[in-house]
Write a new protein. Structure first.
Lengths: 386, 152
């Protein structure tokens, strides 16, 4: 076991040094060098809250007839234990607490807890190797997806979690303001990405972003082709940072120079699609209905239908929390009802291959009254920040 | 700046051939691989893992299969060498169905399928539900025997 207070100190010291390096790096735009940390007063998740999560997991295990849940190092294990170690974690229905240790010991622990038969829930990212090894030692064990338990807990955010996500989103907006202030003719997409990473360091966190220019903005995840910024290019930046493990994810699309009528029209259509999804995201409505609301605006314009381009080639949004993309997803076929505390991205990209793409992405959290965004939506193509 | 070592198409073909020989020896009808060092070694394709399934199916006989998200097809084609059988899945469709279909199309109705040890549970779980008659085993020894492990 590492000492968490020492670890926090070391991380803080490292981030502090990185920040000084940014402030003194004359190759960076001035707006980035001027940034200062926004990490004051952050409240980490308490031990009590983590214990309550384990209790909820046990209740969901009973409801879903699982005898134990198996996790490897990653977001789910961190969620329940607060540890980022690479050890294997088990939560058994019989309790108490959770067990973390070496993978080789997992079969013995399961046996000791009476779980050598029955159902073992496996966290989605557990490697096949581990399942295979446990299966060889406990051949009567039935391996099932642990998603109803792990995602069942993680998809509903507490106030403490929402506060951490709010901070991550606030930091991302400060980062993007500085990064977009430093756009210059001839810069590459790689340079803009590294400016954003440097800005996050100055703000006291780790984060990054993909940057896409010109016609490559039509590809939702960009292109490996080298790009140099030219007057009139669309500029798309997308991704986020991490605060106590919680992620932000924001996309802004702007024009370097004066927008054309066509760019303005498609940008406005994108904003309408984003608004439609936001308005549809009410508790009790299904995840797929939010996707349908955004898609309707885009097909109403004559794009699509479905995933066809020009149009919206992917789902409207994803859940977000400790992972940048997590359950549940705003996608056709997902009949799950929205509940207060769920968090999603709202990002109905409009892609026009050979021309350009526009994506506006703000994350939203569901309340009793409807959805609220963590960040102010971009009001207009020449106003990335509200 | 020094040039990266360029791996030729012939090198990738011979690596796949070596893997297939090992598969024959170990009795594997196909191997399923997720993005990572093994995929880079065998095909040169570098791809980030996400919740969206992107998989390589190496059948003992027949074309390589790639299963990937529909909206990533253009970006993926920048990386995948010609000749592969690319099957896309749309956001509300099942990538596991695409993997199972490739196995079926290669005439694999029974037998053992090797799973790259680093494949995540949800992909294995999705495929085995659609093709429960197949036997899923670790591909660790096969990959190692074919020299793939050395690349890690």
């Amino acid at each position: 076991m590492s000492d968490p207070s020492r670890r926090t100190f070391l991380v803080t010291a490292a981030v502090g040094l990185a920040r000084i390096a940014v402030a003194e790096d004359s190759t960076l735009p001035e707006a980035i060098r001027k940034l200062r940390p926004m990490t004051g007063g952050i409240q980490p998740i308490s031990g009590g809250e983590r214990q309550a999560r384990i209790e909820k997991a046990r209740r969901l295990m009973r409801e879903n007839r699982m005898d134990a849940v198996l996790m490897e190092g990653g977001s789910s294990a961190f969620y329940f234990t607060g540890s980022r170690s690479n050890e294997v974690t088990l939560i058994s229905r019989a309790g108490p607490g959770s067990w973390s240790g070496k993978a080789d010991l997992a079969p013995k622990i399961l046996k000791d807890q009476g779980v050598s038969t029955g159902k073992l829930g496996v966290e989605e990212r557990v490697r096949f190797d581990l399942v295979d090894q446990i299966g060889k030692e406990l051949p009567a064990l039935d391996f099932v997806s642990a998603d109803p338990v792990t995602a069942g807990c993680r998809m509903i955010k507490s106030r403490a979690e929402l506060a951490l996500m709010q901070r991550a989103n606030d930091i991302t907006i400060a980062c993007y303001r500085a990064a977009l202030a430093g756009l210059r003719e001839g810069m590459t997409q790689v340079e803009l990405s590294s400016n954003i990473a440097a800005a996050y360091k100055a703000l006291g966190v780790n984060g990054d972003a993909m940057a896409i220019f010109g016609k490559y903005t039509a590809f939702p995840h960009g292109s490996i082709q080298p790009q140099k910024l030219r007057e009139g290019d669309l500029v798309l930046i997308d991704d986020g940072c991490t605060v106590e493990g919680y992620q932000s994810d924001v996309t802004r699309t702007v024009v370097f120079g004066k927008p054309t009528a066509r760019q303005r029209e498609i940008w406005d259509l994108e904003r309408k699609a984003q608004d439609a999804a936001l308005a549809a995201a009410k508790p009790g409505r299904t995840c797929e209905s939010v996707d349908a609301a955004a898609r309707k605006v885009i097909t109403g314009y004559g794009f699509g239908p479905g995933y066809k381009v020009p149009g919206l080639p992917h789902r409207t949004g994803h859940g977000i929390g400790l992972d940048g993309h997590e359950w549940p997803y705003l996608v056709r076929g997902n009949k799950r009802a929205l509940e207060p505390g769920m968090c999603f991205s709202d990002e109905p990209t409009i892609a026009i291959y050979g021309e350009f793409g526009v994506r506006l992405e703000d994350c939203m959290y569901i309340t009793e009254d409807g959805a609220r965004t963590f960040t102010k939506q971009s009001p207009a193509i020449d106003q990335p920040f509200g | 700046m020094p040039q990266d070592n360029v791996t030729t198409d012939a090198t990738y073909r011979s690596r796949i051939e070596k893997l297939r020989e090992a598969m024959k020896e170990f009795g594997l009808a196909a191997v399923i691989i997720e993005p990572g060092p093994a995929m880079v070694y065998l095909t040169g394709v570098r791809w980030g893992r996400s919740e969206r399934t992107f998989a390589l199916v190496v059948p003992e006989q027949g074309d390589l299969g790639f299963v990937l998200p529909g909206f990533e097809e253009m970006r993926a084609r920048e990386l995948i060498r010609p000749g592969a059988d690319i099957r896309v899945w749309q956001e509300d469709e099942s990538p596991y169905q695409r993997i199972a279909q490739i196995l079926k199309d290669r005439g694999i109705a029974a037998g053992r399928i090797g799973i790259d040890p680093s494949v995540r549970f949800f992909i294995f779980d999705g495929v085995r539900k659609l093709a429960p008659q197949l036997d899923y085993v670790s591909a660790q020894k096969v990959l190692k025997s074919a020299g793939v492990d050395a690349a890690r």
